[in-house]
Design a protein around this ligand. Structure first.
Ligand SMILES: Nc1ccc(F)c(C(=O)c2c[nH]c3ncc(Cl)cc23)c1F
Ligand SMILES: [Fe+3]
Length: 283
């Protein structure tokens, strides 16, 4: 029998309201909020806006993630500034302590995504992949522009290596443009609308405005239409589920409660990857 694949449709739509996070920062949390605790392998997606003196001071991670538009420094001396349009894909693995502070006056905006690591990768050495805006693969056709942060679109592949198969595509559709993006059938996927409004899944459905997250059903891909009068900007994120138990305590993400208790102990006493956490403070 031939299984006909179906198009992916919107199965859940939520507005990500602003909430405070870090030290005086504001985030719109979509994945990771109570109604959307996780969409395996994704644990959190924050649309952040942070102006000095607010920020995300020294804090640990034992998981994986990326973001844009902030100055970061970690306990191993790795530091840098991610400007608008740049990407930092950091694999925290066994442990990172860092600060993420706005890189200049005025509101610095961006997205932070937390992708879970499979148990075999949770204790890997931390690793950074940093791409300047000009290094990020792009493609454009018939009013559709895409920045390929991870995965592939329009025949162009990202150079970012991900521990598990992942796509992170940043689309801008001109008014009147439409497109279809193939998504591997077994992946979980969602859309986060950043600006403008768009029709997702079926052409008859109502337009979805900014700051909404759309969970998609399984199927072979997603169709999108921009029937509006301004550009539609959204990210399409998808990944192979890890199918392991998730026990999360803030930025610590493990498989069991015991491993979380171990992570907290390691962080408190500077062990198993948190050795430099003992005396380090960001400048
Ligand atoms: N309380 C708490 C606990 C653990 C964290 F990792 C964080 C944190 O650093 C962030 C959470 N959303 C974010 N969006 C963007 C940026 Cl640059 C950082 C964050 C945090 F605030
Ligand atoms: Fe962080």
């Amino acid at each position: 029998t031939v299984g006909f694949s179906a198009p992916r449709l919107v199965t859940k739509k939520l507005l990500a309201n602003s909430q405070s996070e870090g030290d005086g920062a504001v985030v719109r949390r979509s994945i990771g909020r109570p109604e959307l605790k996780s969409l395996d392998p994704f644990l959190l997606l924050d649309e952040f806006s942070v102006s000095p003196p607010a920020g995300f001071p020294d804090h640990p991670h034992r998981d994986c993630y990326l973001h844009g538009a902030v100055t970061h420094q970690d306990f191993a001396g790795h530091k840098g500034t991610i400007k608008a349009g740049d990407v930092q894909w950091m694999t925290a693995g066994r442990g990172i302590v860092h600060s993420e502070m706005p890189a200049g006056p005025g509101a610095q905006k961006g997205l932070q995504l937390w992708v879970n690591l499979s148990s075999k990768d949770k204790m890997v050495e931390p690793k950074y992949q940093e791409l300047l805006s000009e290094d990020i693969k792009k493609a454009e056709k018939d009013g559709v522009k895409v920045k390929i942060i991870a995965g592939e679109s329009m025949g162009v592949k990202s150079s970012v290596y991900t521990k598990t198969p992942t796509m992170f595509l940043d689309f801008t559709l001109s008014p009147g443009a439409q497109m279809h993006q193939p998504i591997p059938e077994s992946w979980n996927s969602f859309v986060y609308v950043v600006d403008g409004e768009g029709v997702f899944g079926s052409t008859g459905s109502s337009p979805i405005p900014a700051h909404h997250v759309l969970v998609l059903s399984h199927g072979d891909g997603l169709s999108i239409w921009n029937h509006g009068s301004k550009p539609l900007r959204f990210v399409l994120i998808g990944g192979q589920p890890i199918n392991e138990p998730v026990v999360q305590y803030g930025p610590f993400v493990m498989n069991t409660k015991a491993e979380i208790e171990q992570a907290l102990q390691d962080y408190r006493y500077g062990k198993n990857g948190f050795e430099m956490a003992k005396h380090w403070r960001s400048q």
